[in-house]
Design a protein around this ligand. Structure first.
Ligand code: HEM
Length: 490
């Protein structure tokens, strides 16, 4: 008996390596990437880092030569995370049009999770019922054309204020820091729209501005090593990154809590004074609190969802528009012929008027071409916002597994020499008699994204950018300090 057991033991021992091999083979074959017969081409990668070393400081730039070599749909590895890179109009159309629903989720990134109330907002929320409801509030209540129009006075006043500041500097022959001015313009507009007042003065103002800067920096940070190489997650504790996230999230929460309390008290008072009549100048917090009270559907717009939505409005509405203004002015300064042509159009239309108002903008066709061209060359989100597939899909003959992160190189698409004549040149006339627009129908030009997850803030952003730019160009003669020519780097 003992002998038999011994014999069996020996047999098991000899087949053990085989069983282990079979186990790993099955595991490998059923892993999300290999189970799919044909994954997209992958550049060679390093252990641990994957392809992170090939991404560099400007990923949208580094990805272009890689795509030329490995194709319009590549599979990279950011550490251990598989990421599909989309680099041609055709592959973007497949992802954002043909298979839009499959790619309409967002990956769960831990920084966003902590800062955006556990993904309770709209911009980073995964696809599902919560996102659908929040998106509909955004589109129908907060950012509709009618709502954007209701904030016209805010935009006109703030742009006028910007003109006064520049006028003061220019009368003293002082240089103007346009980056700072654009940043405070867009911040002040979004503060007034969201909260009904500015947060730019005194200690509170400073604290708020710093908080917003920190939020933007953390959300756009590439410091988060633990996201892509999980076993190095401890580094984020040691270098203070996690502590900074927690502190920023807590500080923002305190500020927004104060603002909500203030609004709730004011709403009570307003009701007694206005006798139930609708206030045409409601700010976004006010609107959200009303929706919360109505609570008509089964969807509960709880306090955290309100805070997360407000934060989205700041993240979407502030840095993006100021970046567009900055780049457009930079290109105009580098191209005096285009600056002159634009100035002629604006001065001809507004004639003797001291300022451009929103009524004048419809006639300013060249202005729109200039902004389009600046958005083509310098999209504020060169890789858009990451997407994630919700089920397996076949794209251009390649298999992409459910749960794969997808990055769309909008910057690369808008400079693709196969699509655009002289793609590196700032040449607004390219859009003359050309139906290509940034509204998400032409996949070669998608600074606002496209499809279900496309940007709902486009009308809000363009209204402010057009008004500010028209006034800047009408009212002043511009040049770079010391006769500098400006750079082309982005
Ligand atoms: C020039 C200005 C802007 C640019 C270039 C821009 C660009 C973008 C891009 C590329 C996306 C991702 C699209 C995609 O995944 O297909 C996006 C999403 C979004 N944007 Fe904007 N944006 C701008 C202004 C705004 C403004 C002013 C707001 C709100 C006040 C806003 C709110 C949002 C929101 C809420 C989303 C998330 C939509 C979703 O995931 O369903 N954006 N934006």
């Amino acid at each position: 008996m003992l002998n038999i057991i011994h014999l069996l033991d020996q047999r098991y021992v000899s087949i053990l390596p085989f069983l282990v091999f079979v186990y790993f083979l099955i595991k490998w074959l059923t892993s999300p990437l290999v189970a799919h017969k044909k994954p997209p081409p992958t550049p060679p990668n390093l252990p641990v880092l994957g392809n992170l070393h090939q991404i560099g400081l400007y990923p949208h730039r580094s990805l272009v030569p890689l795509a030329q070599r490995y194709g319009p749909l590549m599979l990279l590895h950011f550490g251990s995370k598989p990421v599909v890179i989309v680099s041609s109009t055709e592959s973007a159309r497949e992802i954002m049009k043909t298979h839009d629903l499959v790619f309409s989720s967002r990956p769960k990134l831990s920084v966003a999770e902590k800062l955006l109330y556990n993904l309770k907002d709209v911009a980073v929320a995964p696809y599902g019922e919560h996102w659908r409801k929040m998106r509909s509030i955004c589109v129908l209540q907060l950012l509709s054309n009618r709502r954007v129009q209701s904030f016209r006075a805010v935009r006109e006043e703030e742009v006028e204020f910007l003109m006064e500041k520049i006028q003061q500097n220019s009368s003293l022959s002082l240089p103007v820091n346009m980056s700072e001015m654009f940043s405070s313009l867009t911040n002040d507009v979004i503060c007034r729209v969201a909260f009904g007042k500015k947060y730019n003065n005194g200690e509170d103002g400073k604290k708020f501005t710093k908080l917003m800067d920190d939020l933007m920096r953390l959300l756009g940070s590439s410091l988060n090593i633990g996201e892509f190489i999980p076993w190095l997650g401890w580094v984020n504790w040691v270098n203070g990154f996690n502590a900074k996230i927690d502190r920023t999230a807590k500080d923002f929460d305190e500020v927004i809590d104060g603002i909500l309390e203030e609004h709730m008290m004011n709403n009570q008072e307003d009701k007694t004074h206005r006798n139930g009549k609708e206030d045409p100048n409601k700010d976004l917090v006010h609107i959200l609190l009303e929706l919360q009270k109505e609570n008509a559907s089964e969807f509960s717009l709880d306090r955290e969802r309100i805070k997360a939505l407000i934060l989205d409005m700041f993240l979407g509405g502030s840095d993006t528009s100021s970046t567009v203004l900055e780049w457009t002015m930079t290109e105009l300064l580098r191209h005096p012929r285009i600056m002159k042509e634009l100035q002629n159009e604006i001065r001809r239309i507004t004639h003797e008027k001291s300022k451009v108002t929103e009524d004048d903008l419809n006639e300013m066709h060249y202005l729109k071409l200039v902004i389009k061209e600046a958005l083509r060359l310098h999209p504020p989100f060169p890789l858009l916002a990451p997407r994630e597939s919700i089920q397996d899909a076949k794209i251009m003959g390649y298999d992409i597994a459910a749960g794969t992160m997808v990055l769309i190189n909008a910057w690369g698409l808008a400079r693709d020499p196969n699509t655009w004549t002289k793609p590196e040149e700032f040449w607004p006339e390219r859009f003359l008699n050309n139906p290509v627009d940034f509204k998400g129908h032409h996949l070669e030009f998608i600074p606002f994204g496209a499809g279900r997850r496309g940007c709902p803030g486009m009308p809000f952003a363009t209204a402010l950018v057009e008004l500010a730019l028209a006034n800047l160009v009408k009212n002043f003669e511009w040049s770079l300090p010391g006769g500098a020519k400006g750079t082309t780097w982005t």
